[in-house]
Write a protein that binds this ligand. Structure first.
Ligand SMILES: Cc1ncc(COP(=O)(O)O)c(C=O)c1O
Length: 393
């Protein structure tokens, strides 16, 4: 089993730092900000409460599940109760539990290409086979493309909108077509909505809002990791039909017993705080524009403006050609060594010829990263203000 390639970049950056280099990173797939004070205070209060010091229920804190049910109801327009929700160790664990519940050995699950490697990893962990589905020019998958990859063993599709690394948001008509296709062929839809709050164009829709008829064959995955800068707290969830929840609860009970109660209290505070994700989304939108503008000012780089999420995902194939590099991995290694800037090569996402840069960092880090990119890659007379972002795709 190979490790997630994104962690390999982080390890290289860490090794350089250990040698004293001033490495900055746009490689991590997480907000750089600290978790909000209100969440930290809730966790501290929970630590002091002896009620959190003992075993609790496998499905998760009922009060947290009720808050999640309300949030999922808001996104989907459907009624959900605490019984429909399983609390997990982050969204990745929710994806793991969903695939464990749905897949028999040899079953196939369709995943977007380019796409986040974690989706294929959970499928493999369940004994399934992840089948990459090529997305279109705007990085969206279509019912036609899904159907071309469908076989008799196809059990589910994992959709993520906004996506990682592409930032693509699937508009309602596209979701409608995918829902029709899934329904026609009896295929489950696992909707990974972890970036739902970072919808820079106002086009995010839950597939269940567009197609409520899918309710009996859909799993909604979410969590506090990205929206609340809480990747280290490991709290996520799935909302799903009773048979999936029963399977997930049993798996949790037999393995981790339950998600740590203190962290669930922190997640409760996070779900009551709508201000933090809204402010983060505004900041990221501004930083997205600066980064995309700067990237498009560099010869050989073509960066679409992502509709959502926290990443720029430029095409660097022109640059690779001009400089004689054979892969994005060469460019990423060169940037790390020459500019002490960490980015993730597109190969990690099934997208050679691209790199992924995260703009969920503070303004100073982003500006330093941009200066370093320009210093090593852009012509000396480059003027950022004179550059317009290329047409949004
Ligand atoms: C699309 C996608 N889903 C899920 C996750 C995992 O989220 P969590 O940290 O809550 O497990 C990530 C993390 O990068 C992601 O990009």
């Amino acid at each position: 089993m190979t490790d997630n390639p994104i962690f390999a970049v982080a390890a290289k950056a860490q090794a350089l730092r250990a040698q004293g280099a001033d490495v900055i990173t746009l490689a991590a797939g997480e907000p750089q900000a600290a978790t909000s004070a209100v969440v930290v205070a809730a966790a501290v209060e929970a630590v002091r409460d002896p009620a959190t010091h003992h075993y609790a229920t496998a499905q998760g804190d009922p009060a947290l599940r009720a808050l999640v049910a309300t949030a999922v109801a808001g996104d989907t327009g459907l009624a959900w109760s605490a019984d429909d929700v399983q609390i997990t160790l982050g969204a990745k664990h929710a994806l793991f539990l969903a695939t464990q519940a749905l897949i028999e050995a040899g079953d196939e699950v369709l995943v977007a290409a380019p796409g986040w490697p974690g989706h294929a990893e959970v499928v493999a962990a369940a004994g399934g086979v992840a089948a990459p589905v090529a997305s279109d020019e705007e990085f969206r998958v279509s019912a036609e493309a899904l159907d071309r990859c469908r076989t008799l063993r196809t059990r589910a599709v994992i959709l993520s909108s906004p996506g990682n690394p592409t930032g693509a948001v699937h508009p309602a008509p596209r979701l409608e077509q995918i829902a029709d296709w899934a329904q026609q062929h009896g295929i489950w839809v696992i909707s990974d909505d972890i970036y739902r709050a970072f919808d820079h164009t106002g086009t995010y829709r839950s597939i269940l809002r567009v197609a409520p008829r899918l309710r009996g064959r859909a799993v909604v995955v979410g969590g506090v990791s990205k929206e609340h800068a809480m990747t280290g707290w490991r709290v996520g969830w799935l909302a799903a039909p009773p048979e999936i929840i029963a399977s997930a609860r049993l798996h949790v009970s037999r393995t981790i017993t339950h998600v740590p109660t203190i962290n669930q209290h922190a997640a409760r505070a996070a779900l009551c705080d709508t201000g933090t994700p809204a402010k983060a989304a505004r900041d990221y939108r501004r930083r997205r524009a600066s980064l995309v503008d700067a990237l498009n000012g560099i010869d050989g780089i073509d960066c679409p403006l992502p509709d959502g999420g926290i990443f720029a995902f430029p095409d660097v194939s022109g640059l690779l050609r001009d400089r004689g590099w054979s892969s994005s991995a060469d460019l990423a290694t060169w940037l790390l060594v020459t500019a002490h800037l960490a980015v993730v090569p597109g190969e990690a996402f099934n997208a050679p010829g691209r790199i992924r840069l995260c703009f969920a960092v503070d303004d100073e880090t982003l500006m330093t990263a941009i200066e370093r990119l320009q210093a090593v890659l852009a012509p000396a007379d480059y003027e950022p203000s004179a550059q317009q972002p290329k047409v949004a795709r």
